[in-house]
Design a protein around this ligand. Structure first.
Ligand code: FE2
Length: 296
């Protein structure tokens, strides 16, 4: 059996197991989950030929989406821990270099094989190793109650964390069969906010070309403004770990405490803990924890 048939066969078996599981859990036939699984079965059954890389990725994406929805469903039913919905959780220092979803030469002629090998295997790997090191050293700081190097390790955490997370997104943002323009909800939202796809593309390209020094151009979703936005990131180590969601924040700009505490920021910070609204933080955490990407 070749690699392709093996993969499709695996998906098929997994799909059947999911159905048996829904049955054993007595999930009603009217649940959306059944419809989605049935649709997925049809999709796999109609797959009797060699698929292109893109089709295979799309099949994989659909499988991941259904898996995610099942996971959410059972999480809501407080059934985490079941063999089918086990979550992969990363401990400090547990990051690993994700494999590229295509061969190193697949993006030629636009990006050469040589660049891809260096970029993925050397640069991205260094970010993963740096992030693991920062996480482990911060763990050690907590255990020994020695935070004398907190500034250094927070910088490392931001630099290598952003590097690892952004590259992980970057590889999957590209495909040998990419190009064109988006469909569906994203298409609608781009047109609504930026005016047109071309206007968005122009702004994104200019943002990328005009990043001061080195860095990134990013299309982001703002859950607050509820619209898309294009941002530039100059370098990526400015103490921000991209691809994370703030839950609890403390303003230590002088305007936040100087009138009362003068230069005694430490006292302000210690007192501030009396004010934390944990219900709000819990609510933000529960919402944010719903967003899950594959753990690497
Ligand atoms: Fe890079």
């Amino acid at each position: 059996m070749d690699r392709f048939s093996h993969y499709v066969n695996e998906l098929f078996v997994w799909n059947e197991q999911m159905k048996q599981f829904l049955q054993s859990e007595k999930v009603g036939q009217d649940s959306e989950l059944w419809g989605k699984l049935d649709h997925f079965t049809e999709l796999i059954e109609s797959t009797n030929r060699e698929l292109s890389n893109e089709e295979l990725l799309s099949l994989q994406a659909k499988a991941e989406l259904i898996h995610e929805e099942l996971e959410q469903y059972f999480k809501r039913k407080q059934e985490i821990g079941n063999v089918w919905v086990v979550e992969k959780v990363l401990s400090p220092g547990g990051h690993s270099l994700p494999e590229l979803p295509y061969p190193y030469n697949a993006l030629e002629p636009y990006i050469s094989e040589e660049i891809m090998i260096l970029h993925h295997d050397k640069h991205h790997r260094a970010y993963v190793e740096g992030l693991n090191k920062a996480e482990l050293n911060l763990k050690k700081a907590r255990e020994t109650n020695d935070f004398s190097l907190i500034k250094h390790w927070s910088r490392e955490l931001a630099f290598h964390g952003s590097g690892h997370y952004l590259h992980t997104i970057f590889w999957r943002n590209m495909s040998p069969n990419g190009g064109g323009s988006p469909e569906g909800l994203l298409k609608g939202e781009i047109e609504r906010y930026f005016g047109s796809f071309d206007a968005f593309k122009k702004q994104f390209s200019e943002a990328a070309k005009q990043v001061e020094g080195v860095g990134w151009a990013l299309l982001v979703w703002s859950p607050r403004a509820r619209h898309l936005e294009v941002l530039q990131s100059e370098r990526h180590m400015l103490l921000t770990q991209w691809d994370t969601i703030p839950l609890l924040v403390l303003d230590v700009w002088e305007h936040a405490y100087y009138l009362q505490y003068r230069n005694n920021r430490a006292e302000y910070v210690d007192h501030w803990w009396n004010l934390v609204n944990w219900h709000d933080v819990e609510m933000r955490f529960e919402k944010a924890a719903d967003i899950k990407w594959p753990a690497v």
